[in-house]
Design a protein around this ligand. Structure first.
Ligand SMILES: [Zn+2]
Length: 245
């Protein structure tokens, strides 16, 4: 069962995560964490040690520079030596695979700043969740942004699959199925712009899923070590609109 379905069936979801706990995930992450800065020295990028609020503000300011065309991105050489020793990105991004939505570019960041997971339709899978757990619990990123975007092909495909009541070819239906809950919610609300509604609803669904994901992310959110937010990238303007904070 995919994690999106488990999200809609909490009993199964709980059972699955209990199984993860039984595998000793806590001990594993503790071991990984001890390896990140094994030398006990400062993190590779001290400027990336940020509170969740400061991390969100940095994303906002980076996108502002991108929109204005005043990017401040440095070359690889400025951080090469430090990053060879490790990484401490300040933010995790769950974005779409769309070639027009590149997080490092639209937030005007460099290597080592963003821990990026991407899948067409920007939704949580088991592997995405595990990656985000690593980026936050082990690497200490203090914010996760689920980043949807306008004109998303996965959203269009999901709407088409529901409206035509047919499966898409190959494995593409997997993407449509993951977004079907957002399509159903949107159709129940009869919006003027169905695709826009589905895109926003899909971001909100996955923000909620991550905030509630046990055992790791939900605890960090509860302890105020982590904030999970939702953004929407406008391909026409380059602006990221915050739709869940
Ligand atoms: Zn997309």
């Amino acid at each position: 069962m995919c994690i999106q379905c488990e999200y809609r069936e909490p009993t199964l979801r709980r059972r699955n995560f209990l199984n993860l706990s039984a595998l000793g995930l806590g001990a594993v992450t503790a071991g990984l964490a001890s390896n990140v800065f094994a030398a006990g020295g400062p993190p590779p990028k001290p400027e990336n040690v940020l509170s969740p609020a400061a991390a969100l503000e940095r994303l906002v300011q980076g996108n502002n520079r991108y929109v204005k065309g005043t990017v401040a991105r440095n070359g690889f050489g400025t951080s090469q030596a430090a990053l060879a020793q490790g990484q401490n990105p300040y933010a995790c991004i769950l974005g779409c695979a769309d070639s027009r939505v590149s997080p490092e570019l639209l937030f005007d960041e460099n290597q080592g700043d963003l821990f990026v997971t991407r899948v067409a339709g920007n939704f949580v899978t088991h592997e995405i969740l595990a990656s985000l757990e690593y980026g936050t619990t082990v690497l200490n990123a203090s914010i996760v942004m689920v980043l949807g975007h306008a004109n998303c092909g996965a959203v269009s495909a999901a709407i088409k699959a529901v409206e035509n009541e047919e499966d898409l070819p190959g494995h593409i239906q997997t993407l449509a199925s993951a977004l079907s809950s957002a399509v159903t919610t949107a159709k129940n609300n009869n919006p003027k712009d169905l695709a826009d509604y589905v895109t926003r609803q899909n971001v909100r669904n996955n923000v909620q899923l991550l905030r509630q994901a046990t055992p790791l992310l939900s605890k960090r959110v509860r302890d105020r070590q982590l904030r999970v937010v939702g953004g929407l990238y406008d391909i026409n303007t380059g602006r990221v609109e915050l739709i869940e904070t």
